[in-house]
Design a protein around this ligand. Structure first.
Ligand code: GZL
Length: 336
């Protein structure tokens, strides 16, 4: 949770970045009007995306592109194919192109200070979206538009309690955990939040017997789950950090002659359509939603940052959780 100091730092940071950015732009003689007034230069946004590893990511990309178009911004979009070096070079390109604002979803939390210092030196404000970074210098980015992954981990453990009760589960709870990309904020924090609840309320009856990254992909989930079942045939719960790994794991569970959603109770995170379909078929027992439709909020923030307005340090996305019984009714209303 961010405290008041951070918030004030951010406010000062934004004002400074915005003011300097406006100054830098004026120094170069370009008009500094926003895209919205129709008369001035279009706001140019440089966006570096993690990749296209999951249904969530595709929905997130669609939301960013549609919202940038809607806002009348010129979008420079780069897909990093889940490689940090590609994101760093994309950000350097955006700096060279003198974009107005840089936004990106960092594939991992560390290793960003150097390139973010280069953006700061050129007075280009940076907005994080979806995932956060670890940095000692708060001024290197203005704000994060994204979910609270630690809370998603807590919610996953709390909804697993409901799933176990609904299933009338008796006896030991032996959990396999499919982790997201190693070093990524959602992987680190979803594991942390889940463990918090386990340590507090289930020290004696729950045990994580296997935990490994499936890199947020279906193929990864399937491959790792197959290995888990070889070494731990008595697994009776799967906690997957995203739907796609859960969907891959379902293939491995069925190949092993077991029933997903029955022999192995499954909780996943995201809430993409395919996850809801699997839940309506009884193969996933609950989904913790992580909303990828960040485009509208992001574009709003980008304009404020460009105009040097104060923005919150963390703009959290709203999301909820779904039990299997809700899947059929929810499916027609799912937007991603
Ligand atoms: C979460 C996002 C994660 C999703 C995965 O905000 O970063 O990355 O949970 C995606 O599906 O690959």
């Amino acid at each position: 949770m961010l405290n008041r100091r951070n918030f004030l730092t951010a406010a000062v940071g934004v004002a400074a970045a915005g003011g300097l950015a406006a100054c830098a732009k004026e120094d170069e003689g370009s008009s500094s009007s926003s895209a919205g007034d129709g008369g001035g230069k279009k706001l140019t946004l440089g966006f570096s995306q993690v990749g296209s590893e999951s249904g969530w990511r595709s929905a997130n990309t669609d939301s960013v592109k549609a919202s940038a178009k809607e806002a009348g911004y010129k979008l420079q979009f780069s897909d990093a194919q889940q490689k940090q070096e590609n994101q760093i070079s994309a950000i350097r390109n955006f700096i060279a192109q003198k974009v107005d604002v840089i936004a990106f979803s960092p594939v991992v939390v560390t290793g960003w200070d150097a390139v973010l210092k280069e953006a700061k030196a050129k007075k280009i404000p940076v907005v994080l979206t979806d995932r956060s970074v670890e940095t000692s210098d708060e001024s290197l980015y203005v704000t994060l538009v994204g979910s609270d992954f630690t809370d998603e981990g807590r919610r996953a453990a709390k909804i697993l309690e409901k799933v176990l009760e609904t299933a009338g589960h008796k006896g030991a709870v032996k959990i396999a955990q499919l982790e997201g990309t190693t070093g990524a904020a959602p992987a680190i924090e979803r594991a942390k939040g889940f463990k918090e609840v386990m340590d507090a309320d289930h020290k004696d009856d729950w045990k994580i017997v296997a935990s490994q990254t499936g890199d947020f992909t279906r193929a990864g989930g399937k491959q790792v789950m197959a290995a888990f079942l070889q070494s731990n045939p008595d697994i009776n719960v799967l906690y997957a950090h995203n739907d796609d790994m859960g969907l891959g794991a379902i293939q491995a569970i069925e190949a092993a002659g077991k029933k997903p959603g029955k022999d192995i109770l499954i909780v996943t995170v995201d809430g993409v359509k395919d996850g809801f379909v699997a839940m309506s078929e009884g193969k996933i027992n609950a989904i913790v939603e992580c909303n990828p439709l960040l485009g509208p909020q992001l574009m709003e923030v980008v304009q404020k940052v460009k105009d040097g307005e104060t923005v919150e340090r963390w703009i959290k996305t709203k999301e909820s959780d779904f039990m299997q019984a809700q899947a059929k009714d929810a499916l027609p209303t799912r937007k991603y």
